[in-house]
Design a binder for this molecule. Structure first.
Ligand code: SAH
Ligand code: SF4
Ligand code: F3S
Length: 475
């Protein structure tokens, strides 16, 4: 069988980063990344955070199964959080699945795929949790790849100048609603030398922006697995070391748990000029009673205190968040307090979802459950408020200047051929007209603009993005 593969990714940026690494590792071993219809091996990287993304995985596999009827021998590998949860169950349910791997198993997936290509009857499960961060063999292989991406949440289509670098795996927090500690295992910090080596290599290969990734980056280095490694480097220190890499223009990180944010990290926003003025700080709920039942270990007052400190350190910082509505026992009054927190903090944007029962988590046993219709109505109210705040905060940027990192040509047809999409320092999407610039480089249809920075003036705020014009030449 041809060593041709196609990757479909669901879930968070950790999954996107895992898929990206897997693609690079396979390319380095002589595999070819091809369009879906030409591939013999499908990798489906899955998410289990709510019921809906889990169901999407089954419908995706059902679709591939239909495809496989005309192409016997076609093989699927299921990775990520649903793979960890269901494990070998996939072999019975979908016989063309011949590999399942969890997040600690990703490191072994390239060898496993090679073995499947050699032996068409083999089946492999890589589901064990490891004691320390499993360093990946081919991580420093310099091959550029763009894996297919189907975002359930998060930001698709990062440009060639943006790199995502894992700093840890797993989570020890066991928030009452969350399946992640079960699907990703205990927290394991990666050795800082390995993080720095990967960041340096990515910058040498052309990355101008790096996003450090972990489920709870603020507790980097605090887990027993990393203490064993003798690193003794906390998150604030790691940020400093990465920020100092010559040529790195933008540094971001996600996700932050409010309970662990260190004052030194807050200060870093005022001290490190290439640390972007943006922070995703999941609030989850605005009522102290609900936060307590969620096991979040902070209250409204503490959250607001962190927000005030962040704004003192970096006044222009853009805050975004995650919110859950309809957590078991949430009353109308609790929900009002979530609305109120949204008004007070004025998040630039947020991901918000109805609470979804997950197998085995603590809140699955909590009652009373909020009726679906009530939760949906609350979600609509929350999202309308967010939309209004987003619009106002984008509007306030009209007339200002921003530096935009160009990502790709705009996909919207009606934008015209020479519109480019990029992001400002805070991560807001900015669309720009760049006719003159492209005319100067007709032979390569504009591809080479991706990764360049351009100074822009903001002309107009759209619902979720900005429209700008360039005020200088890209560099
Ligand atoms: N580690 C990150 C979150 C990872 S999960 C953090 O702690 O912030 C991403 C988001 O999914 C969470 O922030 C939460 O808002 C949402 N989520 C997790 N479990 C959920 C559930 N059972 N129902 C609804 N939303 C959930
Ligand atoms: Fe889930 Fe909480 Fe861990 Fe985030 S910190 S991954 S919400 S358990
Ligand atoms: Fe989903 Fe697993 Fe990420 S459940 S959100 S892919 S950690």
């Amino acid at each position: 069988m041809d060593k041709t593969f196609h990757i479909v990714t669901f879930g968070c940026q950790m999954n996107v980063a895992d898929s990206d690494w897997l693609a690079r590792a396979l390319l380095a071993r002589g595999w070819r990344q091809v369009a879906e219809e030409d591939a013999w091996f499908f990798v489906v990287n899955t998410c289990s955070v709510r019921d809906k993304p889990e169901q999407k995985v089954y419908s995706e596999l059902g679709r591939l199964l239909a495809h496989q009827r005309g192409k016997p021998g076609l093989t699927a590998a299921v990775g990520g959080c649903v793979a960890q949860q269901i494990g070998r169950g996939f072999f019975e349910r979908f016989p063309f699945v011949r590999l399942v791997f969890g997040s600690d198993g990703v490191a072994g997936a390239p060898d496993a795929l090679d073995a499947l290509a050699e032996d068409p009857s083999a089946r492999i499960a890589l589901l064990d949790f490891l004691a320390a961060y499993p360093e990946r063999q081919d991580v420093l292989t310099p091959v550029a790849a763009a894996p297919a991406f189907d975002a359930d949440q998060g930001e698709p289509d990062a440009g060639p100048a943006q790199a995502f670098v894992n700093i840890m795996q797993g989570c020890d927090n066991f928030c009452a609603y969350c399946i992640v500690p079960y699907t990703r295992g205990r927290q394991k910090s990666r050795h800082p030398d390995a993080v720095l080596a990967e960041c340096r290599l990515r910058v040498e290969q052309g990355a101008r922006e790096i996003t450090l990734l972990g489920q709870n980056v603020n507790s980097y280095g605090l887990d027993p697995a990393s203490r064993g490694g003798g690193a003794g480097v906390g998150f604030a220190e790691l940020l400093r070391q990465v920020a100092a890499i010559p040529g790195l223009v933008r540094l971001r990180f996600t996700t932050s748990h409010p309970k662990d944010i260190d004052p030194a990290v807050v200060r870093a926003f005022g001290e490190l000029s290439n640390l972007c003025p943006a922070l995703h700080l999941p609030l989850q709920a605005g009522s102290d009673a609900v936060l307590k039942r969620m096991g979040r270990k902070y209250d409204r007052a503490r959250y607001l205190g962190i927000v005030a400190d962040l704004r003192a350190a970096r006044p222009e910082i853009a805050l975004t968040t995650d919110l859950i509505v309809g957590f078991p026992g949430e009353t109308e009054d609790d929900f009002q307090q979530t609305l109120e927190m949204m008004e007070r903090v004025r998040f630039e944007s947020s991901f918000s979802f109805c609470y979804s029962d997950r197998p085995g988590v603590a809140s699955a046993r909590m009652t009373p459950k909020v009726e679906e219709a009530v939760a949906k109505a609350r979600l609509n109210r929350l999202q309308s408020l967010q939309n209004a705040i987003t619009k106002e905060s984008l509007k306030s940027l009209e007339g200002r200047e921003a530096v935009v990192l160009l990502e790709a040509k705009s996909r919207k047809q009606d934008d015209g051929p020479s519109f480019w999409r990029g992001r400002d320092e805070a991560g807001r999407v900015v669309n720009l007209r760049l006719d003159g610039v492209e005319a100067a480089q007709p032979q390569n249809a504009g591809l080479e603009l991706a990764g360049l920075l351009v100074r822009a003036r903001i002309l107009e705020a759209k619902n979720h993005s900005l429209l700008g014009e360039k005020v200088g030449q890209p560099w």
